[in-house]
Design a binder for this molecule. Structure first.
Ligand SMILES: [Zn+2]
Length: 500
């Protein structure tokens, strides 16, 4: 790929200034000699506005990128130190850390598995958390990322969903591919989880059909190995018992509603009976029957005091939330039927595009009131939990629900802002927060010296309007500068056009 840089203006006056600055530097800065010895491939983003998720907006900065790392950040007046280096003119541009999508499934659509990474990068998503898939596939994706760090997002993965019996994602239909591992007993769960751990997963994912004892076994293994256990609150438990067992992350706010309803105790008893599965339903159908029976009625009978108690409890226990608001909003509004969305399918590989078009054509346009109510309920819960400082990560569930990798993350940020996050807080959910979740807060997710050079150059300020995160001019992955033209080629665009 070709990297395009803008040459700096040099004239004799500036050369004189440059010399003066060098003398000044030698006298005053012990690190000057070090600064002048940049490696051959080092380059500079000049006169750019940094938006760091912690320190906020900083104007007129010069960012030096060297060996895949942000090696120096200087005020712009020092820029002539490096006049022999390649320089990108960042005037009028904004620099944010590379974004994370904290909920993706590389293995959900086998035709998409090995090309999703391109769209992530094209939209500035430089790190992803794969929240469930067969080990053989997701481990291969992680290897690809390790081998090609400059053209692949960083991949953090859970391996398969660890489910009870009957399991939900058991390859019963295209909507339920084999993403999970079924565990009939706690002993099975222990041996299967240890097998998963031998592949060096980054976290573990608990699923909905686990029984109480199985969740305990799983979280105990997680504790021993120092791994987070995220997931859905198992249907056999409530929010409190699951968190006390050690579940420290929740996806899609799943099953929280069952624990904040006025009749939550009765609902739990009823669920436990249903989970005995007298009709021998398969996992996806058994789960659906429970949700159908309990979800909407729980939302209708939500107890504000119970919600307050739950919010305080989740905040106190630092239980990470990845609500994937966009997934449910999309289902509710059926925005995938819009002509604008349909035309955006051109950026997908042909076989994926055709498959999605056929499915979308078959879907009617009738809006289901319950789906809207559920999505609105999610907004309210996110707002409430955020007010209580429960930690959040931005995630989407792509490619489920016709969510296009990359762009859907930007939509998730917009929805978080609708739920009361400031623009900077929304950016945090896709930068420093997931880094913190993995204990990588000193390496990823910020624009600071010594951090991995994963960054996005924007044309417009996202602190003024969150959708400006989409005005991507370039992406830097592990120090590799990916121009707008190159990003367009990842989106299968013939000609260079800007993203809107
Ligand atoms: Zn998922």
């Amino acid at each position: 790929m070709k990297i395009k840089f803008f040459k700096k203006n040099r004239n004799s006056f500036l050369n004189k200034i440059y010399k003066l600055e060098i003398y000044f530097c030698i006298i005053t800065l012990w690190s000057c000699s070090e600064q002048l010895m940049l490696s051959e491939e080092a380059y500079i983003l000049d006169n750019i506005t940094i938006i760091d998720p912690i320190d906020g907006l900083q104007k007129n900065k010069q960012v030096v990128i060297e060996n895949g790392t942000i090696s120096l950040i200087l005020d712009n007046e020092n820029k002539n130190f490096f006049r022999e280096k390649k320089v990108y003119n960042g005037y009028g541009k904004y620099l944010i850390p590379g974004l994370w999508d904290a909920h993706v499934h590389f293995s959900f659509n086998k035709h998409f598995t090995y090309s999703m990474h391109k769209l992530f990068l094209a939209y500035g998503v430089t790190s992803v958390r794969d929240t469930g898939g067969p080990m053989g596939i997701v481990a291969k994706i992680k290897d690809s990322s390790n081998v090609n760090p400059m053209t692949y997002p960083n991949v953090f993965y859970a391996g398969p969903l660890i489910d009870g019996s009957p399991s939900v994602y058991n390859n019963s239909s295209p909507s339920f591919p084999l993403l999970s591992i079924e565990n009939k007993s706690s002993k099975d769960l222990e041996s299967n989880t240890l097998e998963i751990l031998s592949k060096e997963v980054d976290f573990l994912k608990a699923y909905e059909m686990l029984n109480e004892e199985q969740l305990f076994v799983l979280t105990e293994i997680g504790r021993r190995k120092g791994l987070n256990v995220t997931g859905h609150i198992p249907l056999s438990m409530n929010l409190y018992s699951a968190v006390k067992a050690g579940l420290n992350g929740m996806e899609h706010l799943r099953n929280i509603e069952l624990s904040v309803a006025q009749n939550s105790k009765e609902l739990l008893l009823e669920r436990k009976l249903m989970l005995k599965n007298p009709d021998r339903l398969e996992g996806s159908k058994l789960r659906a029957s429970i949700h159908q029976k309990q979800r909407m009625s729980s939302i209708e009978s939500m107890d504000d005091n119970e919600l307050e108690r739950a919010a305080q409890f989740l905040a106190k226990n630092n239980v990470w939330q990845t609500p994937t608001l966009i997934l449910y909003r999309n289902y509710a509004t059926k925005s995938f039927k819009d002509s604008i969305f349909i035309s955006s399918l051109d950026q997908l590989p042909q076989i994926v595009k055709e498959g999605w078009r056929i499915e979308i054509d078959k879907t009617d346009t009738i809006i289901n009131n319950n789906s809207i109510r559920y999505s609105n309920w999610m907004f309210n819960i996110v707002k409430k939990l955020h007010q209580h400082s429960v930690p959040f990560m931005a995630g989407t569930d792509t490619p489920i629900g016709y969510l296009i990798p990359g762009i859907s993350l930007h939509r998730e940020l917009e929805l978080l802002v609708k739920c009361g996050f400031s623009n900077l807080e929304a950016i945090q959910t896709a930068t420093i927060n997931p880094a913190l979740y993995f204990g990588l807060e000193n390496k990823l997710g910020r624009i600071k010296e010594g951090f991995q050079a994963d960054m996005v150059i924007l044309n417009e300020n996202p602190l003024e309007k969150i959708s400006n995160t989409k005005t991507i001019q370039a992406v830097i992955k592990s120090g590799n500068f990916l121009s707008r033209k190159y990003l367009d080629s990842l989106m299968l665009k013939d000609k260079a056009v800007s993203v809107n």
